[in-house]
Design a protein around this ligand. Sequence first.
Ligand code: LRH
Length: 475
Amino acid sequence: MVGHVSDRGAGTLRLDEVHRFPNRPVRTAGTLHWDVLSLYAGVLDGLRAAGSAAGRAPASVGIDTWAVDYGLLDASGALLGNPVHYRDARTEGQAEKVGAVLGPDALYAATGLQYLPFNTVYQLSAARDTAALRAASRLLLMPDLIAYWLTGEAGTELTNASTTQLIDPRSRDWSPLVAGTLGIDLGLFAPLRGPGDPAGELLPEVLAETRLSGPVPVTAVGSHDTASAVAAVPAAGDRFAYVATGTWSLAGLELDAPVLTEESRRANFTNELGVDGTVRYLRNIMGLWLLQECLRTWESEGAPQRLDRLLAEAAEVPGPRWYVDADDPAFLAPGDMPARVVDACRRAGGEPPRTPAEITRCVLDSLALAHRRAIEDAQRLSGRAVDTVHIVGGGAHNALLCQLTADACGLPVVAGPAEAAALGNVLVQARAAGAVRGDLSDLRALLRATLAPRRYEPTGDGRARREWDRAAARR
Ligand code: LRH
């Protein structure tokens, strides 16, 4: 994505997509990996395309990816094997092992991170006796690994580091308590850097390969994609909730300080760190992964579905009628998703959904309900009330999901931008480069002045509203 950003005059904020490449996990010898070299090749192709589209090198480059995963390097800087995918089964049973050393309540009090089976601490616990971890002298989270290959400089960006469960959200620094108790060597991590900090320059070999003329600085951004996406929520004021939708739905609030209460832990809320000293107080919800995986299954069974038609049909299915628990780890692994959804409905009692349209409706109603529960819980646990829900990320294009979320929450939904992560990424770079000024609220004002989000008012008769209330009350 090439961003064009300025706050002069009426302001400019434009994204051009110059290259897109697939991210296909690969299973070898029973382990699910990221094909990180193919991703890096895609980044180089993208930089080359960016240069030729703009006719000049970009003023800055910033990288964000999904959270928690990492690559290990030996002392010479060579990658020790392909990074393992967080959906791999290696973390099964690790929470119990870690819990025996550091109880879940103490771990939460120290890190404020929700329990997710794939948090980096559980991955490191699974990797404990492997040759790769023993041989490693560096651990780089995914965006930091890409940045390292581009620049030769190693750093650990803070927003993403906060998803490792090794960061104390009060000090915004490593937690020696957690690392020490769990026997994790903090020396593996490169020094922390924050969004907006310089992160080196493209290496000569990278400039040659991408046909860019240097120097091209690399800037640390909210390198956790969700941190960048939340930075680009076009909200005015602070009475808003957000749902960053894509493979996951990340639903919650932006706060100034973490909420580390026992109640918050029990509600499985996370305190990930955000841009400009903020806290992303949210819950992970399985998200559109449920639908993506259904589509993949139907295709592999020789019955491919067109998404637009499927969504139109799903909108005609009377609902809300079926719900599955969109926080259930049973949906985490790749595989036959329609069967898992139908199974979960059958266990809940009554006639399960049968057709692809009914299953799609079930998935979207379930996500809308999970969004409502997360937003209600976040308000209760933090004491911050909201009057609007912002949906950003890929799901902002899904009109049915946006409308159902408005209906379930009984609040207006403002949908867009869909490319929030890329926008939050370029805005932070542009500010570091001096092209825009101000704090998050100024960046958001620029978003509002240059984009046209779509608004969904809650609809539905009294019966539908009562059904959402009933469903939300059932836990
Ligand atoms: C979304 C995301 C999310 C994490 C998950 C691993 O892409 O970064 O915030 O929990 O991936």
